[in-house]
Design a protein around this ligand. Structure first.
Ligand code: UT7
Length: 338
């Protein structure tokens, strides 16, 4: 899509990230959740995660990551803020206007995107659309989530996986041939699987009923095994679609930047694509699954550490609740996280 219009193409101009508090190592969870460091590492690849302190909220992380991305892009102010999150500060209103206001961006367009772990790619598509229509020259796209606030303290299946964080990029209007230009996007959904990843209570379905929801229904629930299977298939398929749209083959991909859900899922996607596993950028070892934040967090770390370098051809892909999925291709520009 974006790559078809040469002068209204969205180009990545900056990247920033934020993780809260001290690292929580696997061993710190083993007693409460009847688990072990060995189980978590071998089944997920996760060694640690970060959780917010009491009183903190998603917007706090989003503001820091957003400010860093704007600085990394040279400081020019965006005309829109797109915040991908499924853990907003409040059920109503959206969190993006408060984030924009705290960043000093008064009067700009600001809205949330809810596509759970695919949220950042949906946010990128929304941002690219604002640029393609000529509405904005610069858009700040943030993925931020604080799943620690919705985790069931008794569920070891989810309690060891999720971490809190935020990552952001600035998109600017540019030319489709420039490094950083979004070449192609693919997005998809399958609402038949809506119950596989859900917070059952707190929405209109539950609140319009006559009975109070059981407390456990306010927590995040995931059918891990089914989600695992679906995520590998959907991401691999979406990657093939976006490669076709880009005119790329798998051999053109320098780095796969997948949603950081589980190392075994990332390897499964690489295997199905016929891509060497070591092409996948891995960030979840230190932060776990940070939902909408995971891809920009991985990009920020990889560009800072040199795992991703200017000129690398990147394939981004994600899968999450909804069910939703998405992929994108681009050549990484000469930008680094602040
Ligand atoms: O980000 C959005 C998308 N999310 C994902 O992509 C997550 C997808 N799912 C997964 O990553 C994996 O399914 C999990 C990491 C959640 C679970 O791994 P699994 O290999 O699928 O385990 P399982 O749920 O099939 O459970 C296998 C066993 C069970 O014991 P039994 O029934 O075989 O005796 C679980 O009770 O592992 C047990 N188990 C644990 N044991 C120790 C589940 N969680 C834990 C744990 N520690 N934390």
């Amino acid at each position: 899509m974006a790559g078809t219009g040469l002068t209204n193409t969205a180009v990545i101009a900056g990247v920033g990230s934020c993780v809260p508090g001290p690292a929580i190592a696997n061993d710190m969870l083993s007693e409460r959740l009847d688990t072990t460091d060995e189980w978590i590492r071998s089944r997920t690849g996760i060694a640690a995660r970060h959780w917010i302190e009491p009183g903190q909220a998603t917007s706090d992380l989003a503001v820091t990551a957003g400010a860093r991305a704007v600085e990394s892009a040279g400081g020019e102010q965006p005309q829109a803020v797109v915040l991908a999150t499924s853990t907003p500060d409040h059920p109503c209103p959206a969190t993006a206007p408060a984030v924009a206001w705290r960043l000093g961006l008064r009067g700009v367009a600001a809205f949330d995107v809810g596509a759970v772990c695919s949220g950042f790619l949906y946010g990128l598509a929304a941002g690219a659309g604002l640029i393609a229509t000529g509405f904005a020259d610069r858009v700040l796209v943030i993925g931020a989530d604080t799943f620690s606030t919705i985790l069931d303290p008794a569920d070891r299946g989810t309690g060891v996986i999720f971490g809190d964080g935020a990552g952001a990029v600035v998109l600017r209007r540019g030319d489709g041939t420039e490094p950083g230009a979004l070449l192609a996007l693919d997005l998809g959904s399958d609402g038949a699987g809506a119950d596989l990843i859900t917070v059952p209570a707190g929405g209109s379905r539950q609140r319009s009923g006559k009975t109070a929801a059981p407390p456990a229904d306010s927590y995040f629930k995931m059918a891990g095994r089914e989600v695992f299977r679906e995520s590998v298939l959907r991401m691999a398929e979406s990657c093939q679609t976006v490669l076709r749209r880009s005119g790329w083959t798998v051999a053109d991909v320098d780095r796969l930047v997948p949603h950081q859900a589980n190392l075994r899922i990332m390897h499964g996607v690489a295997d199905r694509l016929g891509l060497a596993r070591d092409r996948a950028v891995v960030d979840l070892d230190r932060v776990g699954n940070t939902s909408a934040a995971s891809i920009p967090l991985a990009l920020a770390r990889a560009s800072a550490e040199g795992t991703v370098q200017a000129g690398d051809r990147l394939l981004l892909t994600a899968f999450g609740g909804g069910l939703t999925w998405g992929s994108a291709t681009l050549t990484w520009p000469d930008v680094k996280a602040v």
